[in-house]
Design a protein around this ligand. Structure first.
Ligand code: ZN
Ligand code: ZN
Length: 255
């Protein structure tokens, strides 16, 4: 449900022109003024690489050719993930990296509503009435340094837009893992093992729940898989994953 800010209420109908002059809608990548809040400018739109079907049924890996709806990628066939569906909005590339880095490290939290809009649309089919949305948590030390968990902001905004329940503190990051950047696939999975636990306050209530786990970037799937395994052990019925971006060919890169 859309909330109306007090200033908009006070100004009433016809206020859009005035508000657009005071707070113009900006492109979430380059800050050019745009007509609609949350939309990319024509230039960035032309460069943005949105993920579209066909994709792997489990992890969302985009195929370059037409396949059956329930087709799996090679990774999911040889090593099935602990989650059911994985969906992402954008390829992780130069365009989306600009947006993500500003959002994660430069306090550009004003981009959250635009990102949450895109993510809600991408996950429309799995955002069922009974879904419980939860973010991948940051370790306390990193949270203190950054002051906000970007995945929690996305989770809250998606919950507000779609009227779904959000459990911001469902998972705890009990191990302060070093950055996953620069590590290969095996090292990423090893590094993150045992890093997460279910918050004791949720332990008794999440049995049988359907969880939609939110993160900003899906690189190898190591982080979301560690979270999903931990939730499965706690008795969760189904876990789906929704990320803003997806690295399509895992390579060593700093995120
Ligand atoms: Zn732009
Ligand atoms: Zn897959």
């Amino acid at each position: 449900m859309q909330k109306i800010s007090p200033i908009k209420k006070w100004l009433g109908a016809g206020s859009k022109i005035l508000l657009d002059t005071i707070f113009p809608a900006l492109c979430p990548r380059c800050n050019e003024a745009v007509d609609e809040p949350g939309s990319l400018c024509a230039d960035c739109w032309g460069q943005a690489n949105f993920i579209s079907p066909p994709t792997c049924f489990h992890c969302g890996y985009p195929f370059e050719y037409e396949v059956a709806d329930d087709m799996l990628c090679g990774n999911c066939i040889s090593n099935p993930p602990p989650f059911t569906r994985g969906l992402s909005v954008l390829h992780y590339d130069d365009v989306s990296r600009d947006m993500i880095l500003a959002f994660k490290h430069a306090d550009r939290t004003d981009r959250v509503p635009a990102f949450a809009n895109w993510m809600s649309r991408t996950a429309a089919e799995i955002l069922k009435d009974d879904v419980l949305i939860a973010p991948v948590p940051l370790h306390r030390k990193r949270l203190l340094k950054r002051r906000y968990n970007q995945s929690a902001l996305l989770a809250q905004s998606i919950g507000n837009k779609t009227n779904r329940r959000v459990a911001v503190d469902l998972l705890l990051r009990s191990k302060d893992t070093s950055s996953q950047g620069g590590k290969n696939l095996k090292a990423r999975f090893k590094n993150i093992r045992g890093a997460f636990s279910v918050n004791p306050v949720w332990q008794d209530t999440i049995k049988g729940e359907h969880i939609l786990l939110i993160d900003d970037v899906y690189t190898t799937g190591a982080t979301v898989s560690a979270c999903a395994s931990c939730l499965l052990r706690a008795g969760v019925r189904q876990i789906d994953i929704l990320t803003l971006c997806r690295v399509v060919r895992p390579v060593s890169m700093s995120i």
